[in-house]
Design a protein around this ligand. Structure first.
Ligand SMILES: [Zn+2]
Length: 243
């Protein structure tokens, strides 16, 4: 039973990952997420059902468009695989369908926000604001942390980064503030703080390596969202496995 559930979560993750690729491309560009149908960004030819199969179509087409042979970014299958792996980890620790929904939704918000931030240095309100609202709803439905902890998580998560944004005078964006508030809504104040500590550590280490390797100045802005998402995943695993 566990194996079947794991495989189902993985396949579901691949399918949703494919949809997230559409969101990641279209949301920051303010395009409709339902129309037009998926197409090659270069030659505009509509993708057939076969070309929409996650990961496998990418491998069979050797990473190129079937029509114009334009290279397809490796980011597409990577997002699909990450979603599949995330769905397995966030799904397996659940005991009810509602909790499953809450966890998969939370992971999806983390992933989509992080990848959009990597590409555009932007964390979208269209994900974080409904994310905060649904964190409260799931909390009231008793599938995540209790409501008092959810509210406290939003206040502390958002508050900590708001303070950092004020002190750093623009070094931290308001998108990050709302993002950590959402994380706090799902994980509570302890989870929000843990996420921030891990994110800051990873951000400092990886950011430094990145600047040295690419020989860029210290003023180069590095998006913090992906680190917050990684921190939240680590905090989620810690809170679910060790407490
Ligand atoms: Zn093409």
């Amino acid at each position: 039973m566990l194996i079947i559930f794991t495989v189902l979560l993985f396949v579901l993750g691949l399918v949703f990952g494919s949809f997230f690729n559409v969101l990641i491309w279209r949301l920051p560009r303010k395009q409709s997420i339902v129309a037009p149908r998926s197409h090659c960004p270069k030659c505009k030819s509509q993708l057939s059902l076969f070309e929409l199969i996650p990961v496998i179509s990418f491998l069979l087409q050797k990473g190129r468009c079937r029509h114009c042979k334009a290279k397809i970014s490796l980011a597409y299958p990577v997002v699909e695989l990450l979603t599949a792996i995330g769905f397995v980890f966030f799904g397996l620790v659940t005991t009810t369908w509602l909790q499953l929904l809450a966890n998969l939704f939370f992971f999806s918000c983390l992933l989509v926000s992080a990848v959009i931030d990597l590409h555009h240095k932007l964390i979208l309100d269209v994900i974080t604001i409904p994310g905060i609202a649904l964190a409260l709803v799931f909390s009231l439905l008793e599938v995540t942390v209790p409501i008092n902890l959810s509210l406290l998580g939003i206040l502390i998560g958002g508050g900590l980064l708001l303070a950092m944004a004020v002190i750093s005078k623009g070094g931290m964006g308001m998108g990050d503030v709302k993002f950590l508030a959402m994380i706090g809504g799902f994980l509570g104040p302890y989870g929000a703080m843990l996420s921030l500590v891990i994110a800051s550590f990873l951000g400092a280490v990886i950011g430094m390596i990145y600047l040295v390797v690419t020989k860029q100045s210290r003023k180069t802005p590095i998006p913090f969202g992906p680190f917050l998402a990684l921190g939240a995943v680590a905090a989620f695993v810690y809170l679910n496995l060790y407490i």
